[in-house]
Design a protein around this ligand. Structure first.
Ligand code: HDE
Length: 702
């Protein structure tokens, strides 16, 4: 069905018309009752039979009971009743898009994977971003890890890199995953809170799991409240193996680096965005792709050998550790571009089934205990979620290369394999496929020995050193955000002993951080530090771990909120629009009415938001252009005053026309600073947009 109003909505009130006297029969009434016209296809049942009435159930007499034999009615409701499938047990809230991976550097010396043999090779990709803890309908800006799952449709089968936007994880062994997720999700007795970790169960569990401290630093940092999927990194997390065609293996960690740089929102913005636009991230991706502004990431690899692994300070199989880029640079080997939204959210984004065990020849697993557990879990979960073993028949999950196997039958089988050979070996002429030792997976013949025991390796025992390294690699502003996030979350914890137990881990990370959080919680005295399994050590700071040290340095892909009133200077408005568009950004116009405003030249500037629906938290920078009367009108509007006050509080760059100045006072904004810029003439617009590439005027928060 197209968006065009083929049917007249005015006719939707047709109810209670006796079938025999139906307007369509009488050849009158709403256009939407009429027979299909032109190329409008007839409505049919799922069996293909044309439907004769889609407004009234078949009944006995005009006010009598409905009849069982109304097959269309029964089929319609039967199908509707079964529209939902179980949501993902984690990562339920997500958004996907299509694109491709282009290899920019061939690496045949590292891997036999066909896609890496030649620079320029492109393979189709499907990516789904997600939050972990919330339900399907939760808000996008929850403080949470973001999933970054990539399915690559190669000519050797599907390869899934099911990663996150944070390079480490909470736990070291998959056996703890259900506990972690139970603790993080809504409490079982009360069914809340949802999509947040600011509650007793989560912090109780965390306080008893020192191995989670490194990840805790990441989720309390601004990484957990990204501005957009487009401005966040992705990581494969585990150490994998590359295996080349000589059977030689290297370890590898996967990275996705956003072309437009990193950017996050502040916590106060996140809280307000969740109310103003719970779909903020999905709308952002949708808008970018629909307007041809295709998001792009570089694919990077950190490749190392046994010698590096042996001398590295931590176990490379421990998923709570990363390898700093300064110690092992990331080599860029490809680019991932998302250039097409799905046709149908359910068919593709909801039904896509990522599985860590989907690898291609040339890529192999390591013994990371989390990865080993995941290799069981993903296949298992799809069976429940998608209702049977044939989920690879769903187009988004099907390989795009030829495939031949003897798996058969089961719920919803879509393929009709031919011939009698459904086993192997067989001696039939058309005997079907056979395993190919050369083309098939090259399992790295790692020598394994050891006693069969349930234990945690000693080499996984240092839980604090990398947490300290992460914290100390942040700018002061970012460190402040981590401390504030911890104070916020722990202030929602009702049990004092849990708050204190969390704080007892912090001195091993940083004494100032511990003192600040203790003060912020009003603890009478700092708790006794927890006993570390191993004393932490100081590691060199890594600039790559900070968002602000890797500032985007551009306004490209960002959004300016332009608050205007009738009579605003037309030349200024146009100059701003031009300057933003030249910088690769977008302008959204906010006006007292959605009908837009008449600018000083009498022309209408259409609006996309009414002031009450377009708070400044939705934008990266704002401009306020008014006439003298317009400024007065805005001063009387709470939403307009909040627009300015919030933009100021969130350290945004703010441009204004001289007439709008009085609004700052009324909004309670302090002394305007160097981030608040007057636009006296159209020529000032480009300079303002250039300043905006710093994204925030942090001095205001310092
Ligand atoms: Fe997942 N995870 N996970 N996970 N995970 C799922 O699979 C699991 C882990 C990640 O957009 C589930 O299809 C276990 C780490 C993403 O569809 C499930 C363990 C990382 C997605 C599952 C982990 C991830 C999932 C739920 C501990 C980052 C969403 C629905 C051993 C590297 C994929 C589903 C999508 C989804 C299990 C830990 C990333 C239940 C047992 C570490 C991005 O199979």
């Amino acid at each position: 069905m197209t968006d065009d109003p083929i049917y007249s909505p005015s006719a939707t009130s047709q109810t209670g018309t006796e079938t025999a006297d139906h307007p369509a029969r009488r050849g009158e009434g709403g256009e939407w009752h009429q027979r299909p016209k032109g190329d409008t296809p007839p409505l049919t049942t799922a069996q293909g039979a044309p439907v004769h009435d889609n407004q009234n159930t078949l009944r006995s007499g005009p006010r009598g009971p409905a009849l069982m034999e109304d097959v269309h009615f029964r089929e319609k409701l039967f199908h509707f009743d079964h529209e939902r499938i179980p949501e993902r047990v984690v990562h339920a809230r997500g958004y996907g898009a299509h694109g491709y991976l282009e290899v920019t550097e061939a690496i045949p010396e590292l891997t036999a994977a066909s896609l890496f043999q030649k620079a320029g090779t492109r393979v189709p990709a499907f990516v789904r971003f997600s939050t972990v803890a919330g339900n399907k309908g939760s808000a996008d800006l929850a403080r949470d890890v973001r999933g970054f799952a990539v399915k690559l449709y190669t000519d050797q089968g599907n390869w899934d890199i099911v990663g996150n936007n944070i390079p480490v994880f909470f736990i070291q062994d998959a056996i703890k995953f259900p506990d972690l997720i139970h603790a993080a999700k809504a409490a079982p007795d009360r069914g809340f809170p949802q999509a947040q970790t600011a509650h007793d169960n989560f912090w109780d569990f965390i306080s008893l799991m020192p191995e989670s401290m490194h990840m805790v630093m990441w989720i309390m940092s601004d990484r957990a409240i990204p501005r957009s999927f487009r401005f966040m990194e992705g990581f494969g997390v585990h150490t994998f193996r590359f295996v080349n065609d000589r059977g030689e293996s290297h370890f590898v960690k996967f990275h996705w680096k956003p072309k437009l740089g990193l950017q996050s929102v502040t916590w106060d913005e996140a809280v307000k965005i969740m109310g103003a636009d719970p779909d903020f991230h999905r709308r952002d991706l949708w808008t970018a792709i629909q307007s041809g502004d295709f998001p792009e990431w570089e694919l990077g690899v950190q490749v190392f050998d046994d010698a590096f692994a042996d001398k590295f300070a931590f176990d490379v199989l421990d998923p709570t550790k990363l390898i700093p880029e300064e110690e092992l640079p990331v080599r860029i080997v490809g680019r991932l571009v998302l250039d097409r939204m799905v046709d149908n959210f359910f068919a593709e984004t909801e039904q896509v089934a990522f599985c860590t065990q989907n690898i291609v020849p040339g890529v192999d697993f390591t013994n990371d205990p989390l990865l080993q557990g995941r290799n069981f879990s993903y296949l298992d979960t799809q069976l429940k979620r998608l209702g049977g073993p044939n989920f690879t028949h769903i187009p988004v999950n099907a390989p795009k290369c030829p495939f031949h196997h003897f798996q058969q039958d089961g719920h919803m089988a879509m393929h009709a394999p031919q011939g009698r050979a459904n086993y192997e070996p067989n001696s039939w002429a058309q005997g079907g496929p056979r395993a190919d030792p050369e083309a098939g997976r090259q399992v790295f013949p790692e020598a394994i020995e050891g006693e069969k025991r349930a234990l945690r390796p000693e080499s996984f025992a240092d839980h604090y050193s990398q947490a300290r390294q992460f914290y100390r690699s942040q700018t002061e502003i970012e460190q402040g955000h981590i401390a504030e996030a911890l104070i916020f979350e722990l202030s929602k914890v009702e049990t004092p002993a849990v708050r204190e137990r969390v704080v007892s881990h912090l001195p091993h990370i940083d004494a100032d951080l511990a003192a600040r959080v203790a003060r912020g919680l009003g603890l009478a005295k700092p708790p006794k530090p927890a006993d570390p399994a191993r004393e932490p050590v100081d590691l060199p700071p890594s600039d790559a771990l900070s968002i602000l040290k890797n500032g985007a340095g551009r306004f490209e892909g960002r959004k300016l909120g332009l608050l205007v009133t009738d009579g605003a200077d037309a030349a200024l408005a146009r100059a701003l629009q031009d300057a933003v568009s030249k910088a690769g950004g977008m302008v959204e116009v906010i006006a007292p009415q959605i009908g837009g405003v008449a600018l000083s030249d009498g022309k209408t500037l259409p609006a996309q938001q009414k002031v009450t629906g377009g708070p400044s938290v939705l934008y990266d920078a704002v401009a306020i252009l008014t006439s003298a009367e317009g400024a007065e009108e805005l001063q009387g509007m709470h939403a307009a005053r909040s627009f300015v006050a919030d933009a100021f509080a969130h350290a945004k760059f703010i441009a204004y026309s001289p007439e709008a100045e009085a609004l700052f006072d009324r909004a309670g904004v302090g002394e305007p600073d160097a981030g608040v810029i007057a636009l006296n003439e159209p020529g000032d617009a480009a300079a303002f947009v250039a300043v905006c590439s710093a994204l925030r005027f942090w001095d205001r928060m310092g």
